[in-house]
Design a protein around this ligand. Structure first.
Ligand code: SAH
Ligand code: SF4
Ligand code: F3S
Length: 501
């Protein structure tokens, strides 16, 4: 899924071990918060990872899939750093390769095996030279295929599913003793409680916009989707853990947080006074944290978009006016077969309510073309819905059969050529809408969060409230600053802007 907003595409989502140093500066970021983490202190200390001769171990992490994988890779990276690993940015320089995988479509899952084939060659070469290479497979392919991965790819030492990452250091120790490890249970304990919090240095290195997973798993069981099987049931992280983590991020220079969840707006928890909170209340509380200037969240399900969250969009300047709200199809017949549990009209009414609360909100979505049984008329319904909503961006895919999901067994699978033709038409319409959205931004005065250096040394790249990358003169400020600019021209994938006097 090379370019969905769920992907490792976020500005902040280069290598989770990116060595790019950011020196974030935030005028409002004065309150240092270094509350010791009791659970962390109690985390088991694993065997030192230093090799004989005192050399440190080197790990290369490759992340596929959604932002939740990016976040998980960061947390696993923090655990490995604690255990003496140093991150490197190539497979060749690594003693341990950790691949965090995605199972959402067939292509995504198959990528893993071609990667493992290359690693097998490297390991053979290393062994011939008296060295070694350890390989761990994490993520949704690990969960879906478990020991099958060990069978298909003998190079793999550890297979570890998304809910057992706190067991990674121990699994690596077991593998070092010669065991081939598979950890794919859904344990009762929260993996995040067993993983160390990011050290300040790592947070700073990752930049001024950070991910924070607040919810995991899915109970919706759309008939095309593997996520409920690979990530398990919907679980919300507790309010106090989320606040603590957001405060740590803020005190290390983070100014924008993106709350993550497979169904992030299904998040709920016990807030102040033991009251049950939804995501709207959580966002309100997080907006009070000194230093956190911008909040986003993704991905939302239309059914979980409640009044409190819509009101948060109306009331909170910190909540950015951009919402990823996948609908998948515009045909009620197909939506029913997909088990989406909403109609096209429900979705359109919801969009109307959200826009009434926050008129400048930009919407993005996900679409699947060629779901089993989709006729030309169903597809035209989808095109009509897109025309009606007018998206700022959207991500679209040909239906991919996923083993074990109800869709896989459905009759009337759609011909590949038909899927391709529908996808091309749909993407063309979305591209027109995205271009028009960019053009409409010209002349607008917006606040940019400066996030990273541009391609040219005299440029910086910031994000608009609508998630667009905007290129500005580097003299405008420093990374971490929020500057007011006027959009001057649209580019192919970014905008240009100048300072407002
Ligand atoms: N939880 C999110 C989406 C997670 S997966 C939601 O409910 O919207 C991200 C996107 O991948 C989905 O929105 C869907 O458009 C796409 N997708 C999921 N399964 C797919 C499949 N079998 N074939 C093609 N696209 C798929
Ligand atoms: Fe998959 Fe549907 Fe759950 Fe989204 S809501 S993760 S598409 S099953
Ligand atoms: Fe892929 Fe798993 Fe995310 S299947 S999209 S990595 S939840």
């Amino acid at each position: 899924m090379a370019s969905t907003p769920h992907c490792a595409e976020h500005l902040n989502a280069e290598s989770p071990f990116s060595s790019q140093g950011f020196t974030a500066k935030s005028p409002r970021m004065t309150q240092a918060l270094l509350t010791p983490d009791a659970k962390l202190a109690a985390a088991p200390v694993v065997e030192a990872a230093a090799q004989p001769g005192g050399q440190s171990k080197k790990v290369f992490v490759k992340t596929y899939g959604c932002q939740m994988n990016v976040y998980d890779s960061e947390r696993m990276g923090d655990a490995l750093t604690r255990d003496g690993y140093e991150s490197v940015d190539s497979v060749e320089a690594a003693d341990l390769v950790l691949i965090n995988t995605c199972h959402i479509r067939e292509k995504a899952a198959e990528k893993v095996y071609s990667q493992l084939g290359r690693l097998a060659k490297l390991k053979k070469q290393r062994n011939a030279e008296g060295g070694d290479l350890m390989v761990a497979v994490a993520g949704c392919v690990a969960q879906a295929e478990g020991s099958e991965i060990l069978r298909r790819a003998p190079v793999v030492d550890v297979v570890i599913g998304p809910q057992t990452y706190h067991l990674l250091p121990e699994a690596l120790n077991r593998a070092r003793r010669g065991e081939r490890v598979v950890e794919t249970d859904f344990p009762a304990e929260d993996k995040f409680d067993g993983l160390p919090a990011a050290p300040e240095k790592s947070i700073r290195a990752r930049g001024v916009a950070a991910f924070l997973t607040v919810q995991e798993g899915c109970d919706k069981f759309c008939t095309f989707c593997v996520v409920p099987y690979t990530r398990g049931a919907e679980v919300s992280r507790p309010v106090d853990r989320i606040i603590l983590e957001a405060e740590r991020l803020a005190s290390a220079g983070v100014r924008e947080i993106t709350l993550l969840g497979q169904n992030v707006n299904a998040w709920h928890g016990k807030g102040a006074g033991d009251r049950e909170w939804g995501l709207g209340e959580l966002v309100r509380r997080l907006a009070q944290i000194n230093g956190i200037e911008r909040i986003r969240y993704t991905t939302s399900h239309p059914r979980d978009m409640d009044e409190a969250l819509i009101a948060a969009h109306r009331d909170l300047p910190e909540l950015m006016p951009y919402l990823h709200l996948p609908v998948q199809s515009g045909s009620d017949r197909i939506l029913k077969a997909m088990n989406r549990r909403h109609t096209a009209a429900d979705y359109l009414r919801l969009v109307e309510r959200i826009r009434a609360a926050r008129p400048d909100i930009a919407l993005s979505g996900d679409f699947i073309v060629g779901f089993p049984g989709e006729t030309d008329a169903d597809f035209e319904d989808t095109m009509r819905l897109i025309a009606e909503v007018n998206y700022a961006a959207a991500f679209s895919f040909k239906y991919s059969i996923r083993p074990g999901t109800p869709g896989a067994g459905m009759e009337d699978q759609v011909d590949e050529a038909v899927k391709s033709e529908r996808l091309a038409r749909l993407q063309d319409l979305i591209a027109q809408q995205t271009r028009a959205f960019g053009r409409d931004c010209v002349g607008k005065v917006v606040d940019l969060l400066l996030e990273k250096p541009g391609r040219n040394t005299d440029q910086l790249i910031g994000r608009s409230p609508w998630l667009q990358p905007v290129i500005v003169d580097a003299k405008l400020g420093e990374i971490g600053d929020i500057v007011r600019v006027r959009i001057t021209q649209p580019g192919t994938s970014s905008l240009f802007a100048e300072v407002v006097e």
